[in-house]
Write a new protein. Structure first.
Length: 307
């Protein structure tokens, strides 16, 4: 297959490209910078220059492809306070890709998330997010729109990723939590720290996207969670041990000051099951779990800048 990948040089995309190539597929990667273009070329992918705002480029490239994996998202915009704008841009991309693939039965796989599905309870692939018009629910509405493309002749599927797709080189949630602990001199968690985060290694997540574009049925929801839920206190304890700092509870009303933008995510209790995904696609995660990966030490070699 000739597969078009947005976000091809990003955290998951840079693992997906070799995953697809090793499986015998051709890859066309969207590159918004010279550095991304060089990296994709070196990996063996074909490059198309543009951004997620270049809807004409996205539509033409999708129409000329046998399938599309959409990973790009305006994280820089989202983390500087305009999540609604980032999510709205994402919806325009999905609508454009859907129009390009309509009536072809070709696959469109998009990335989404599991946060907020069923707080405090183990959510399955059958649980649907609440779409209530709030800024944060716009991305959930986009996922629902992608699934609805199945009625228009698109083999669409949504991979709902765990909040942390960890691994060496990660500069996301886990790296930020480490940086905060280093800066504050304590490794913190909110409340009693029993709230759980599902997790997956980025290489396991990349394999799931490859399986989805190859064989996920139209209208399928998939869960990219290798671990159902890791207590955040356990994460804090590993970080504290490696940094040799105390591990301490942060009161909920002090969380925003201590963890800044991460506070709104860190207190979530969002365990999820991926049983149906594993059965459907024979997805078997094989890489280290979150705590084991943290214990390898690579998160502590440098001090990433917090967002």
């Amino acid at each position: 297959m000739r597969i078009f990948v947005t976000g091809a040089s990003g955290w998951i995309g840079s693992a997906l490209v070799p995953e697809l190539l090793d499986a015998g597929h051709q890859v066309v990667g969207l590159a918004r910078s010279d550095a991304s273009a060089v990296a994709l070329t070196a990996a063996g992918a074909e490059v198309v220059r543009g951004t997620v705002d270049d809807l004409d480029v996205l539509g033409r490239t999708a129409a000329a492809s046998d399938g599309v994996v959409h990973l790009a998202f305006k994280h820089d915009l989202a983390f500087t306070g305009d999540y609604q704008g980032a999510a709205a841009a994402d919806r325009r991309v999905v609508d454009t890709l859907g129009d390009a693939l309509a009536d072809t039965d070709r696959p469109l796989v998009i990335a989404s998330g599991v946060a907020g599905l069923k707080p405090g309870h183990v959510a399955t692939e059958r649980d649907m997010p609440r779409v209530d018009g709030s800024p944060t629910s716009i991305r959930s509405a986009t996922a629902m729109a992608a699934l609805a493309l199945a009625s228009r002749g698109v083999r669409s599927s949504v991979v709902r990723l765990a909040p942390t797709c960890h691994g060496e080189g990660d500069n996301g949630f886990m790296a930020t939590l480490v940086a905060i602990a280093r800066a504050k001199g304590v490794s913190g968690y909110i409340g009693d720290g029993t709230n759980r985060w599902p997790a997956a290694h980025r290489l396991d997540a990349a394999r799931l996207f490859r399986l989805a574009v190859e064989k996920a049925p139209a209208g399928t929801v998939l869960h990219g969670a290798a671990e159902e839920g890791v207590p955040i206190r356990d994460v804090a304890e590993v970080i504290g041990r490696h940094l040799d700092v105390p591990v301490t509870s942060v009161a909920p009303d002090a969380a925003a000051e201590h963890f800044t933008w991460l506070a709104g995510f860190l207190g979530l209790d969002t365990p999820v099951s991926s049983t149906l995904t594993r059965e459907l696609l024979d997805w078997q995660p094989t890489h280290p779990g979150l705590l084991e990966d943290l214990d390898k030490g690579h998160y502590f070699h440098t001090s990433p800048t917090t967002r």
